[in-house]
Design a binder for this molecule. Structure first.
Ligand SMILES: [Zn+2]
Ligand SMILES: [Zn+2]
Length: 108
C-alpha cells in the first residue's frame, strides 16, 4: 500500500493506485507538421488524446482502448447521430463502402 511509485504517477481519479493507463479518447485533430526526416513525418500522430492517467480499475476498456469516465460517457453519445435520418444516412454510407470493398476483393 505504501508503494512510493504510486505518488510519482497516481491515478487521477482514485489517487490510490498507479496511473498506468492513459485515456485514449481523441480530443483534438492536428494538421501535418513538417519534420526533418520522412520517417518522422510518416510516424507523426495526427491527433491528440486525452491522456488522463488512470489505474486499471478506473479505466473503461473499449475495443482495446482505455477511456476515462468523462470520455466514456461522451463516446456513447458521439457514436450516434442526433437524428434517425442522419443515422440512416451514416449506415447507408457504411454499406456502400463495404460493397465497394467487396467488389475490389472479387476483382483481385
Ligand atoms: Zn483509479
Ligand atoms: Zn479522457
Amino acid at each position: 500500500m505504501n508503494d512510493p511509485e504510486i505518488f510519482l504517477n497516481p491515478c487521477a481519479l482514485c489517487k490510490r493506485r498507479k496511473g498506468e493507463r492513459l485515456c485514449d479518447y481523441i480530443v483534438d485533430y492536428t494538421s501535418v507538421i513538417f519534420y526533418r526526416s520522412s520517417n518522422d513525418f510518416l510516424g507523426q500522430e495526427r491527433h491528440t488524446t486525452c491522456d488522463l492517467p488512470m489505474c486499471t480499475d478506473c479505466a473503461t476498456k473499449y475495443n482495446g482502448h482505455d477511456f476515462c469516465p468523462h470520455h466514456k460517457k461522451i463516446h456513447e453519445q458521439v457514436r450516434k447521430q442526433p437524428t434517425e435520418q442522419l443515422e440512416r444516412a451514416r449506415q447507408q454510407e457504411q454499406i456502400r463502402q463495404l460493397n465497394e470493398y467487396k467488389k475490389l476483393e472479387q476483382n483481385k
